[in-house]
Ligand binder design. Structure first.
Ligand code: PLP
Length: 401
């Protein structure tokens, strides 16, 4: 039997409008194809320094221990938990979707005594209920997801951080979906540990996890009685690799770091505030267009992420059939619901490079066709007209400012 000759790889040019990964800017893609240098080459070493500075700007922090862990967002989650937590420590985790649930699992595996408090999916936590739980549990660490990708919920964390500190606890936040899409203020909010991922609003392929540890977390790591359970994610060792020692720890994925460097440069060239405003505008246009088609949000009003729009699937519409058709006929990927929302919700991502007027127009037009073909009564063109009005108003407001 002969094996067929392998053909060149030709992935379809998808428009990624789901929960991540998002589309990548051409400059980031070309960084992936740049010539390799060694991971201790002076050029790579200075690139690591440059990236640390850029990550501090994006996280809005002065924390020295700020770097990109080799691994996806889950590696960032694990790095935070296993370094701050020792077996037997108490951790309180706020769960209102898939990723809070994952944090519980990670913390339990790290030997923490975990207490989870829950909120219905799509809702956010009220600081008072977190305070009540902190008083009862007396945790060393409170873990909470800032942008819950499974529901599109935008959790305010500043007040919860203050409460945690008032009761002698630290706070760790998940910013995998929030970073570079909505404000993340590590120093102003006094956050002790944070992790993110590269494939959402940073618009870089998946593969690295930006993290940052503040003074309380560093102190806790220094005072550990036990070794960090994970050799690979031991932040003291990784910190020595990224720090002035350049102590060999592992072979960093060179080209992923090139890509993240370029993605961070794009974020900083645009400016964080301008980037947040762009995400907000495109989300407003999408929401207005969806409303014109009679589509509602799952996420509570006032707590919706502009980069992750979690909406109810209209009655009688086949979730999978629509998503398959979007992919097949328009090359558009949107996400289905997870967990409690499976079959009931779509997740439309407008993240980073993908948060553009073209994305909004394409997804609204494609969805309108699919829904009309599924028998939903929609006035043709109403969604696009409604979205266009939002852009026109924004242009007028900018012109007269
Ligand atoms: N946390 C949140 C909020 C996420 O959205 C994700 C991934 O979508 C993760 C953690 C895990 O990241 P990864 O899939 O990159 O490991």
């Amino acid at each position: 039997m002969t094996t067929p000759a392998a053909k060149p790889l030709e992935p379809s040019p998808r428009v990624l409008l789901g929960p991540g990964p998002s589309n990548v800017h051409p400059r980031v893609l070309s960084a992936l194809g740049m010539p390799l240098v060694g991971h201790l080459d002076p050029e790579f070493v200075s690139l690591m320094d440059e990236m640390q500075g850029m990550l501090r700007q994006v996280f809005r922090t002065e924390n020295p221990l700020t770097l990109a862990v080799s691994g996806t967002g889950s590696a960032g989650m694990e790095a935070v938990v296993v370094n701050v937590i020792e077996p037997g420590d108490k951790m309180l985790v706020c769960v209102n979707g898939v990723f809070g649930g994952r944090m519980v699992d990670v913390a339990q595996r790290a030997g923490a005594e975990v207490t989870a408090i829950e909120r219905p999916w799509g809702e956010v936590f009220d600081p008072q209920e977190v305070e009540d739980a902190i008083k009862k549990v007396g945790p060393k660490l409170v873990g909470i997801v800032h942008a819950e990708t499974s529901t599109g919920a935008h959790q305010p964390v500043q007040e919860i951080a203050r409460i945690a500190h008032d009761h002698g606890a630290m706070i760790a936040i998940d910013t995998v979906t929030s970073l570079a899409g909505v404000p993340v203020e590590i120093d102003a909010w006094d956050i002790d540990a944070v992790y993110s991922g590269t494939q959402k609003c940073l618009s870089c392929p998946p593969g690295l996890a930006p993290v940052s540890f503040g003074p309380r977390a560093i102190e806790a790591i220094k005072n550990r009685k036990s070794k960090v359970q994970s050799w690979y994610l031991d932040m003291t060792m990784i910190g020595r690799y990224w720090g002035s020692d350049r102590f060999y720890h592992h072979t960093a994925p060179i080209n992923m770091n090139f890509a993240l460097r370029e993605a961070l440069a794009l974020v900083l060239e645009e400016g964080l505030d301008a980037r947040f405003a762009r995400h907000a505008l495109n989300a407003r246009a999408l929401a207005t267009g969806l409303k014109a088609m009679g589509i509602d949000y799952v996420t509570a009003e006032g707590h919706r992420l502009p980069q992750l729009n979690c909406v109810s699937i209209p009655e009688g519409v086949d979730d999978l059939a629509v998503r398959k058709r979007l992919l097949h006929d328009w090359n558009v990927e949107i996400g289905g619901g997870l967990g409690d929302l499976k079959g009931r919700a779509w997740r439309i991502g407008l993240m980073g490079y993908g948060s553009r007027r073209e994305s909004v127009t394409l997804v609204l037009a494609a969805l309108e066709t699919c829904l009309r073909d599924s028998g939903v009564s929609i006035e043709p063109g109403a969604a696009l007209a409604a979205a266009a009005e939002v852009y026109a108003e924004a242009t007028t407001a900018t012109a007269s400012a």
